[in-house]
Design a protein around this ligand. Structure first.
Ligand code: GLU
Ligand code: MG
Length: 428
């Protein structure tokens, strides 16, 4: 490899969804080089402390094993040296996978989809965030807002491209000093790797201009939220789109309907994973264009799961384009774990051969759709009570998750709504 940067950040993530890791000199790295990690690190909560009552204590050792396919060169952050980032899987000291490695869990789901149903998936993340130090007059989607963020925006676009993260879009969003970055689709593990890197890259580029970028779902109570929207497709082994059937409602195939049914069925139990912050539930309300209920909607931006439009200008073929968007997630979710549970729930819909989900065209009848939990307390209870969660994720992950999140709830319950928003904005 040419132009190696002197340092390599060996990266993982934990239940906070923040990028964690250790730095090693790049010239000491070769294939199979690992660096140390500690099981109890997984029990570090949002407030930065290892919580009590987790299955890990001061003993035990793990290794971060870089994935040779996931070495990234982060370039173009003004005032910071370029950096190699080696995304790692967490393994035991004998190299066997650690049961709480969320990246390995996602890889397992991807493998099961392929082995059992011959399916693969491509995923594109859309990230919304706020410039907390923006102070110019605002109008949604405006040239003015785009220009107000210059030259940061241009630096960001260049850094995203030069770092190989493949930008699709950079836009001024609806909310006050809110922006969005969309990156191109990739296989699920790569897409989640890039989601993690993108967040830190955005924060870094804004920080270079002494501005604070935050992906927090709510910057102030009742204001516009910021989501992490996950677009995903399915492909059959022959390259065709198994989601597409021109003759069915929403042009969604029977298989697509069963996959969606799995996601809807398990959504209330999974809310603790995809909407994992005390303030996440302020965002998941009607009229926020987030996900106000558990339904599958055609081109509806308040659906938990949206069948996205196809572009047919100049006779473009809709068949390869039809895909889903999962709209309920936010930055609190570790992207590997988020994708793992969404795809796992869809896979479960196929395994259980569920009735295809109803395709809602237009507005749903609110009294006929399942609600998401109304707050994190209820979401954790639903997560804890569903035995499927333990079988999908393992006892250690579930027990650690519950402990970490309940400590977080105890902390946030002492804070006003605005203080909660500020607390999360500093972290995310
Ligand atoms: N800001 C909305 C959310 O919280 C999404 C708006 C959009 O459709 O881009 O998810
Ligand atoms: Mg948006």
């Amino acid at each position: 490899m040419t132009d190696l940067t002197p340092l390599t950040f060996v990266a993982t993530s934990d239940l906070t969804g923040l990028t964690k890791g250790r730095v090693v000199p790049t010239d000491s790295m070769s294939t199979g080089t690992t660096t140390g990690w500690v099981p109890a690190n997984f029990g570090i909560g949002v407030d930065g402390h290892i919580v009590e009552d987790i299955p890990f204590d001061s003993s035990g050792d793990l290794r971060l094993l870089p994935d040779p396919e996931a070495i990234h060169q982060i370039r173009g952050v003004p005032g910071k040296p370029d950096l190699s980032v080696a995304i790692a899987n967490v393994v035991h000291t004998d190299g066997s996978p650690w049961s709480c490695c969320t990246r390995t869990i996602l890889r397992g789901v991807v493998d099961s989809l392929r082995e059992e149903f011959g399916l693969s998936s491509e995923v594109a993340f859309e990230h919304e965030f706020f410039d907390r130090d923006g102070d110019t007059p605002h109008h949604p989607f405006s040239w003015r807002n785009f220009r107000a963020a210059e030259p940061i925006g241009s630096h960001l676009v260049t850094a995203v491209q030069d770092s190989g993260l493949q930008l699709e879009n950079w836009l001024p969003e609806y909310g006050i000093h809110q922006f969005e970055v969309v990156i191109e689709r990739a296989d699920p593990v790569t897409a989640a790797d890039r989601a993690l890197l993108l967040r830190d890259l955005v924060r870094d580029v804004f920080a270079a201009f002494e501005r604070r970028a935050s992906f927090t779902p709510m910057l102030a109570p009742g204001e516009t939220g910021a989501g992490v929207h996950v677009h995903f497709s399915l492909q059959a082994a022959d390259g065709s789109n198994p989601l597409f059937d021109a003759d069915r409602p929403g042009r969604l195939s029977e298989l697509g309907g069963r996959f969606a049914a799995g996601i809807l069925k398990y959504a209330p139990s999974l809310a603790a994973i995809f909407a994992p912050l005390a303030i996440s539930y302020d965002r998941l309300k009607p009229h926020n264009w987030s996900a106000a209920g558990v339904f599958l909607g055609v081109e509806n931006r308040e659906a938990l799961l949206r069948i996205c439009p196809t572009i047919e200008i100049d006779g473009q073929d809709p068949e390869p384009q039809l895909h889903f968007e999962f709209r309920a997630a936010d930055v609190g979710a570790n992207p590997w774990l988020l994708l793992a549970v969404v795809l796992r729930a869809g896979l479960q819909g196929l395994r259980e051969n569920l009735e295809p989900a109803e395709v809602v065209v237009g507005e749903p009848q609110r009294d006929q759709i399942t609600a998401l939990p109304g707050n994190l307390t209820d979401a954790l209870a639903a997560f804890e009570q569903d035995p499927a969660m333990r079988s999908w994720l393992g006892d250690d992950l579930v027990d650690t998750y519950l402990a970490v999140k309940r400590v977080e709830l105890a902390t946030t319950s002492e804070l006003s709504e605005q203080e909660q928003c500020d607390w999360y904005a500093d972290i995310y």
